[in-house]
Design a protein around this ligand. Structure first.
Ligand code: ZN
Length: 253
């Protein structure tokens, strides 16, 4: 087993393009069926932190295909989830500068669509324009966070207390600023939630890694946990090389 640790899962788009941000809808359905039959508690993000062995489901960016491809299954199983949205791109497409090559151009949910989400879906902040926060001056970094938070709260009438760092990129300075606005913030460090966790630096398991040998079913086995650890070490080694060579990787995959 996972050692009783919780897993925060990251999805982006549910489509069949095969891109790094895409999960096939049929695979998502199977994963939800597995969770439903496994008895693993699927909880809101904040509750999963206090319940060892649970799962929290998150979606980054706010793709519209979540409405058709994810919402029916989530509602059928009564699974809560969090969608982290980029406020400046709601109702538009994911065509911000620096978008990764091979990433499909897809529509995002509009403000009315976000307002119509059922109560079991939480909406979190993913900044105003999806920059790498580590590359911004502190004032710009804080503006990206607060502008997004305020826009969502004003548009939806719901408090926004959770943040996802674009590209999973954060530093002690960025996390300090995040702590002034949010209770929890998630990144892309590939691991289960450890026994001692930082609420502003929560790890997540990107479902991109469920394409090969590892699957959601295997994640909760001992070999699955060992495999995840090996992939994390490999990823951290590659990330070090990238930092030495140039810009941060897209989507943390
Ligand atoms: Zn993103």
């Amino acid at each position: 087993m996972s050692g009783g640790w919780s897993a925060i899962l990251t999805y982006h788009s549910l489509d069949d393009s095969g891109s790094v941000i895409s999960t096939p809808p049929s695979q998502f359905q199977r994963q939800m069926e597995f969770l439903a039959s496994s008895g693993i508690p699927v909880l809101p993000l904040d509750q999963a932190l206090d319940c060892p062995g649970s799962v929290a489901i998150t979606f980054d960016d706010g793709f519209r295909n979540i409405l058709d491809e994810a919402l029916p299954a989530l509602e059928r199983h009564r699974f809560p989830a969090t969608i982290f949205v980029v406020s400046g791109y709601c109702g538009r497409r994911n065509n911000w500068p620096g978008q990764g090559a091979g990433t499909p151009s897809l529509p995002w949910m509009s403000w009315p669509e976000l307002a119509g989400l059922p109560a079991l879906i939480s909406v979190g902040a993913h900044t105003a324009t999806h920059p790498n926060l580590m590359l911004l001056p502190a004032s710009e970094c804080e503006r990206e966070m607060s502008e997004c938070q305020t826009r969502i709260e004003q548009s939806l009438g719901r408090p926004v207390r959770w943040l996802a760092y674009p590209y999973g990129a954060s530093s002690p300075e960025v996390r300090s600023l995040a702590g002034q606005h949010f209770d929890l913030a998630v990144g892309t460090v590939l691991r289960f939630l450890p026994a001692q966790w930082n609420p502003l630096d929560l790890p997540r398991i990107d479902t991109y890694y469920f394409r090969g040998w590892l699957s959601l079913e295997r994640l909760f086995t001992r070999p699955g946990g060992l495999y995840l650890g090996a992939r994390r070490l490999l990823r951290e080694a590659r990330s070090s090389v990238r930092r030495w060579r140039g810009p941060a990787p897209e989507y943390g995959v």
